[in-house]
Write a protein that binds this ligand. Sequence first.
Ligand code: ADP
Ligand code: ZN
Length: 207
Amino acid sequence: MNIVLLGAPGAGKGTQAAKLVEAYNIAHISTGDLLRAAVKDSTPLGVEAKSYMDAGELVPDSLVIGLMKERLAKEDTAAGFILDGFPRNSTQAVTLDAELSDLKRSIDAAIAIIVDPEAIVARLASRRVCKVCGFIGSDADTSCPVCGGEMYQRDDDKPSTVRNRLEVYEKATSPLIDYYRGSDLLVEVEGNHSVDEVFASIQAALA
Ligand code: ADP
Ligand code: ZN
């Protein structure tokens, strides 16, 4: 099963992706995670991407598309994959379709997690991530409930950056909902519920 996950920042893509990976045994491709790893390792790509990420802007397509293609070429994607955070604009969506067609593969579903923007600002302000295993929690987690690791706040979860990320989402990414509706792949899911409830509606939609 090949899935694209759509939704505003903070809609719960990363959390649901982790559950989908576990349930369906497919590869998790998060361009945000790949970019954060590149920043942490100070690779040339990471150095170039950092200023865009800190400002809440999209990293240029020329950088992100290469990253996605490289990841998609890895063997663990053969059984299926979840794209989390890609595509984020129409150029990326069209490039993805072309790349998959070259690989003789296609998308089975595009899941859009719909959340009210008010809820998102609050969610991102309290979001904390485990330094060790990447678990996504909140400021109520003094340490990681999964591995005991230290929880930290992402640089781009500061309120000023969050506002810009939401604007970028509205302008560049939200039109992709219609793009996938047009190719009959769209599944819309209400995101204003518990993690397990959202996951149950995703599973029901995929069944
Ligand atoms: P969120 O969905 O919470 O905004 P991500 O981890 O998906 O977080 O992305 C974090 C940042 O990484 C984005 O704000 C953007 O700067 C960059 N990024 C991630 N994926 C892409 C992409 N496909 N195209 C351009 N920039 C991206
Ligand atoms: Zn952890």
